[in-house]
Ligand binder design. Structure first.
Ligand code: DOR
Ligand code: ZN
Length: 421
């Protein structure tokens, strides 16, 4: 196994130092025989951890596979991703989650941890085999019907009760379906102007309010996916102040983009929950800095060309995000490296109980890390993405920061900004 010496690297923005990677861990002592990487001007972060990735395999390998999504993740600085369950077949059995887990191991580019469905077929009628998925080789801890809301309160309560036994988490896609029937974009001034059916903020906020009460009642862990409104932030703030075991994520796109973009009718901006207003964006940024929102998660949602390059009403919601997440967050937060590491690596790893990721990069820690050049700026070119899909909302946009290298347990998955395999 090759050793690497990262010469003159800034760990989390600190004074330049040399970092030795040997036998898969951060090491000390002489760097004899190590490959030397000139890391002057580069910042080392613990490898990023994404709690919300759609890898599309099994079922839509034309849009993404575990391997292509893993490569996109590594290029984005990630060392672990959690794969959402809305595949075909749905990841609602031990068999499917083990398949995804095995494909992740075979690709070997990031640690792929499957998320199990809460309900059979994501249909919201009957609990899936949560226990069997938890005790499978994949060791599932997080369950979500993402793409769909677990709308039935009794089922949601049961799910929370069930996972409490093994300290599992229910990750909710908060969308009251009766309030979003036919919705095409955020309900507000812009939807009125465009004449498109709106997705009101309250459809998200009402489910979060209900579910924090249920989680409080049961004493279980709840995670809220892709929080998108200022009102949701206030519900979460109150719940956390009461000590409810709730965590929450925000996506890079909800931190940067607004519903005004829908005026272009370009379906690349169609996403669920929808892009909101500048006021919401402002509240989400503040909440992320404060910690009311715990983490950034990509909701990387690759879609085939025919599902995206069509009329707005027929297009699938979602955008790819793994390869642009860190640059977007850098543009939003600036070079606050410790905060970035907290929101994109340490806290997601801690929420998921994922050991070996999100460390302080101390001697003896597994060498799961990424090297960023903060002075570089890149124009996003969809044809250069490693993802099998091209649906990025940032095409032609200049973003700060370039991921130069990523290491998974001491092995480079990305070097010189290129995937190693
Ligand atoms: O925009 C979205 N796309 N939101 C979701 O909840 C699901 C996701 C997908 O699977 O494409
Ligand atoms: Zn979702």
């Amino acid at each position: 196994m090759t050793s690497y010496l990262l010469r003159g690297v800034s760990v989390l923005g600190a004074e330049p130092t040399d970092l030795l990677i040997r036998d898969g861990v951060i090491a000390s002592g002489p760097a004899t025989g190590a490959d030397i990487i000139d890391a002057a001007g580069l910042v080392a972060l613990p490898g990023l951890v994404d709690l919300h990735t759609h890898l599309r395999e099994p079922g839509r390998e034309d849009a993404e596979t575990v391997e292509t999504g893993s490569r996109a993740a590594a290029l984005g600085g990630y060392t672990a991703v959690f794969a959402m369950a809305n595949t075909s077949p749905v990841a609602d059995t031990a068999g499917v989650v083990e398949q995804v887990w095995r494909l992740g191991r075979e690709a070997g580019l990031v640690d792929v941890q499957p998320i199990g469905a809460v309900t059979v077929g994501l249909a919201g009628k009957q609990l899936a085999e949560l226990g069997a998925m938890a005790t499978s080789a994949a060791g599932v801890r997080i369950f979500s019907d993402d793409g769909h809301c677990v709308a039935d309160p009794r089922l949601m309560r049961r799910a929370l009760e069930y996972v409490k036994a093994f300290d599992g988490i229910i990750a909710q896609h908060a969308e009251e379906p009766r309030l979003t029937e036919g919705a095409q974009m955020h309900e507000g001034e812009v939807s009125t102007r465009l004449g498109l059916t709106g997705w009101p903020a309250v459809a998200e906020e009402a489910i979060i309010a209900r579910d924090v009460l249920l989680a409080e009642h049961v004493g279980s862990r709840l995670h809220i996916c892709h929080v998108s409104t200022a009102g949701s932030v206030e519900v979460l703030r109150q719940a956390k102040a009461r000590g409810v075991r709730v965590t929450a994520e925000v996506t890079p796109h909800h931190l940067l983009l607004t519903d005004e973009l829908a005026a272009s009718y370009d379906p690349v901006y169609k996403v669920n929950p929808p892009l909101r207003t500048a006021k919401d964006v402002h509240a989400l940024r503040e909440a992320l800095v404060e910690g009311v929102i715990d983490i950034v998660a990509t909701d990387h949602a690759p879609h085939a060309v025919e599902d995206k390059e069509c009329e707005w009403a027929y297009a699938r919601p979602g955008m790819v995000g793994l390869e642009t997440a860190l640059p977007v967050v850098l543009s939003v937060l600036g070079e606050r490296w410790d905060l970035i590491a907290e929101r994109m690596s340490r806290t997601p790893a801690r929420i998921a109980g994922l050991t070996g990721h999100g460390t302080d990069l101390a001697v003896g820690d597994p060498a799961n890390l990424t090297l960023v050049d903060p002075s570089a700026r890149r124009v996003v070119d969809p044809s250069e993405l490693a993802s099998r899909s091209r649906n990025t909302p940032y095409a032609g946009t200049t973003l700060p920061g370039r991921i130069v290298a990523t290491f998974l347990r001491g092995e480079p998955t990305v070097l010189d900004g290129k995937a190693v395999k």
